[in-house]
Design a protein around this ligand. Structure first.
Ligand code: SF4
Length: 211
């Protein structure tokens, strides 16, 4: 049997879990930007039809490409500290979707890793987001995710967008990308610890509790 998205279950009802399985298979087989990927395609993402926390990051680094485990690096450690999500919850697709702007390692750029491949989000995000619960909480981690999902703030700096998080909360939270660069940024912006993180952690607890 060939599985197709929106394939009906034997009972005749769309099965969102089956749709998620089909989507995972389609993404795993994606080679759209293979000519541009120095290590070849290895899409790394996590989601299910019940993920009520959605984290939209940038793209896997080389360590994550090697392991195949999303956010299994120093940036992931910082993100889990920011969010208060223990690894057992963070890596539970029933609760958390990890959907970067580019699913494959893009290689090195002029300064650090190259940007996420521009083909990826337009191709895959819509079917994933359609699958997720409508009452989800979304973290927009870094400027690439914010440029796509907060287009009205395109002229703002990342710090201005993040500082104005209350305009988007509690459904959406913009944050910096938790790279090593964020350590100095965090020291220069103490409101991130005293205002944004407590609100973010409370919103996450609320979603996980089903509120
Ligand atoms: S980055 Fe996205 S679009 Fe490109 S090959 Fe990987 S999964 Fe496909």
């Amino acid at each position: 049997m060939t599985l197709e998205r929106n394939h009906p279950t034997p009972a005749g009802m769309p099965d969102r879990h089956l749709q998620a399985m089909v989507l995972h298979r389609e993404i795993a087989a994606c080679t759209v930007c293979a000519p541009y990927l120095p290590l070849g395609p290895r899409p790394i993402t996590q989601f299910s039809a019940t993920s009520r926390i959605l984290i939209i990051g940038q793209a896997p680094g080389s360590r994550v490409h090697a392991s195949g485990v999303p956010w299994q690096d120093d940036s992931g450690e910082r993100l889990r500290e920011w969010t208060g999500l223990d690894p057992d919850v963070f890596y539970d697709p029933a609760k958390v979707a990890l959907v970067p702007m580019g699913f494959c390692y893009p290689g090195k750029g002029a300064a650090g890793d190259a940007p996420p491949r521009p083909e990826c989000a337009p191709l895959w995000h819509a079917p994933i987001l359609e699958l997720l619960p409508a009452d989800r909480l979304t973290l927009l981690v870094g400027s690439y995710a914010q440029a796509r999902y907060l287009p009205g703030d395109a002229g703002a700096t990342l710090t201005e967008r993040v500082r104005g998080f209350a305009r988007f909360a509690p459904a959406t939270f913009p944050t910096p990308h938790p790279s090593w660069r964020s350590v100095g940024w965090r020291n220069r912006n103490p409101w991130f610890d005293t205002e944004l993180l407590p609100a973010l952690r409370a919103a996450i607890r609320s979603r996980l509790a089903g509120a």
